[in-house]
Ligand binder design. Sequence first.
Ligand code: DX5
Ligand code: ZN
Length: 217
Amino acid sequence: MIKVAPSILSADFNNLGRDIQALKDTGADYVHFDVMDGLFVPNLSFGLPVLECVRKITDLVLDVHLMIDRPVRYVERFCQAGADIVTVHVEADTAENTRAALEKIVACGKRAAVCVKPATPAEAVLPFLDLCSMVLVMTVEPGFGGQSFMADMMPKVQAIRRFIDERRPGCELEVDGGVGLETGPVCAAAGADVFVAGSAYFKAADPAAFVAAIHAM
Ligand code: DX5
Ligand code: ZN
């Protein structure tokens, strides 16, 4: 079954506690938590204090997507603040430091993941796959919710699906950006098994029906 990870970047921040508590009732699997530093991406979002608050009110898996430069500096603090999965971008540091970041996440007893931006090839995940519980493929340029899905990322999803099947069975493959009921089927066909959904989930008239429809893809 495909998992659904609503991105709380599209939640109502005046009612964040309410929106997060509702996630469980709608059948969502993960809470996707987008951290932006204004350097790696041209936008700012939220960080450690907000994650600690979110951790207190949900037992869903907290899927933390770090869109920050040199994440090795911060991964342990995100683990301590309550992350279950910590995702770092391969473009955010040297390969050596990316491996060090993943090793720190694993040493904290958490699930480590790498993410690739649209211009980054599938092969870029290979040096890190042995440490990963998940790989995230961006289907928009990271930085903002509500952008249009890039269908031309599907060959990359297919290629990474093959790498995972050959070298790291059980590793999840997540897509992020513009994913919803219309774009989900191609992601599923390409081999993705976790869908991040920001605007599609939070704008859905019936979020539980939205989650059920994705679970059935
Ligand atoms: C974009 C973020 C996404 C974003 C997705 O940089 O990584 O998680 O919230 O939002 P939608 O689903 O609206 O494209
Ligand atoms: Zn994200």
